[in-house]
Ligand binder design. Structure first.
Ligand SMILES: Cc1cc2nc3c(=O)[nH]c(=O)nc-3n(C[C@H](O)[C@H](O)[C@H](O)COP(=O)(O)OP(=O)(O)OC[C@H]3O[C@@H](n4cnc5c(N)ncnc54)[C@H](O)[C@@H]3O)c2cc1C
Length: 378
């Protein structure tokens, strides 16, 4: 028996699709409603820590993820200026325990495709171009869902995995919202020079952080983190030019990145945000997970990993119990809130140290502490 037999999920990001896979594999009827007309994965690449990889394994998707990504250990710090000397080689933080690589970079589009394939193969129905617009949570044991302003039926549970600007969060009356942290980021997807075999970060120079992460034999993403400005809607050629100009203080592999930018590599811009919804994340039979419930600057690259852990823990409880009762919600919150909160607080702290220019900050100690905490099962 499972605690639910029919579940609706809003959103086909990593959190929504991970929940869909585990529920459908347990024989639960799953409908995923995604407002976009097709699978899209904004950004470029993503860095997945060991605890994210451990969830993929539990979902049965690890072999496909491993084949599509670029696994690596360690993290290098380089200095701005001529020669880009390596100033520190930080040892591993195996956030998924010893059975998984410390890090894996991969193109976001590949991650989205693999999770969608696994969800559909498990039997989940994914409906694109369908926006969740309403929910009635008044019944004790069911929820009525409205999609594109029409009733889409009655479900045992609605999982709102609909991202930063979650509609479900608004609909169920949770008013905590993401707040800007004061940092903005330019990202581009480029070719990988052979010498780049792990994430490398440059602190200082004209931006807070310059860096890149390998995502495959031939690819990597590069980023520049700067003071947040209203740069949304910057035309494509201007965006590429800004990234090109701001990167000139960085040598080494940045020469190859600049060559790709000069050849027209696309650059995109966004802001970092932070928020954490206090317990409970549910109102009756509707619950939020992933970025709907928490967000953090990607200073330790744990955002998606936390959404995956939300999905994993929630669906593990739903598929191993007979009843969706208060005890299940209490257990869910006890397992998820402290971890998600620790990640948000550490990520924000790391960003703030950059903004403040605090040279005495123990960034390594903070990253190691979180890594060790995440290595414990979620
Ligand atoms: C610059 C940047 C870099 C990052 N780098 C990393 C990293 O390296 N590693 C890492 O782990 N994390 C990283 N993150 C965080 C990570 O990207 C997010 O935590 C993660 O993608 C969130 O997944 P999600 O499934 O919760 O939400 P999303 O991926 O946002 O998915 C939500 C989905 O819901 C859909 N939706 C919205 N409203 C509705 C509605 N009403 N009805 C139906 N569908 C709806 C949306 O279209 C979307 O497809 C980064 C974040 C940023 C901003």
């Amino acid at each position: 028996m499972t605690a639910v037999r029919k579940v609706a999920i809003a959103g086909s990001g990593v959190a929504g699709l991970a929940a869909a896979i585990q529920l459908a594999k347990a024989g639960v009827e799953v409908d995923v409603f995604e407002s976009k007309p097709e699978l899209s994965a904004l950004g470029s690449g993503i860095s997945l820590q060991g605890n994210a990889l451990r969830v993929f394994d539990a979902l049965g998707a690890w072999d496909d993820i491993r084949a599509a990504g670029y696994a690596f250990e360690g993290l290098n710090l380089r200095a701005p200026g001529p020669g880009a000397p390596i100033v520190a080689e930080l040892p591993n933080v195996q956030a998924g325990g010893p059975n998984y690589p410390a890090h894996m970079g991969m193109p976001r589009a590949d991650l989205a495709r693999i999770l969608l394939e696994h969800a559909e193969r498990a039997g989940a129905k994914v409906h694109f171009g369908r926006k969740v617009t309403g929910v009635d949570t008044r019944a004790n044991d069911a929820v009525e869902l409205f999609v594109d302003d029409e009733s889409a039926g009655v479900y045992d549970l609605l999982i709102g995995a609909d991202g930063l600007n979650s509609t479900v969060r608004d609909l169920i009356g949770i008013d905590t919202k993401p707040q800007p942290t004061g940092m903005g980021i330019w990202r581009t997807f480029v070719s990988r020079p052979a010498e780049v075999e792990s994430t490398e970060l440059y602190y200082g120079g004209p931006v807070y952080i310059a860096g890149y992460t390998p995502t495959g034999e031939d690819s990597m993403y590069a980023f520049l983190v700067e003071k947040a400005e209203d740069r949304f809607g910057t035309p494509d050629d201007e965006a590429t030019r800004i990234m090109l100009e701001e990167s000139r203080a960085y040598d080494g592999p940045w020469n190859s990145i600049r060559a790709d930018l000069e050849a027209g590599a696309h650059a995109n811009y966004t802001w970092f945000t932070q928020h954490i919804v206090e317990a409970p994340w549910n109102r009756g039979r509707a619950v939020i997970i992933g970025d709907a419930a928490h967000s953090c600057p990607p200073t330790i690259a744990q955002g998606a990993a936390q959404g995956l852990e939300d999905a994993y823990v929630l669906t593990e409880l739903l598929t191993s119990r007979d009843e969706l009762d208060q005890q299940l919600w209490d257990d869910f919150h006890a397992r998820r809130l402290p971890r998600a909160k620790a990640v948000v607080e550490a990520s924000v702290q790391l960003g703030q140290w950059q903004i403040d220019g605090d040279r005495d900050a123990d960034a390594g100690g903070l990253i190691f502490g979180i890594g060790r905490q995440m290595a414990e099962p979620a």
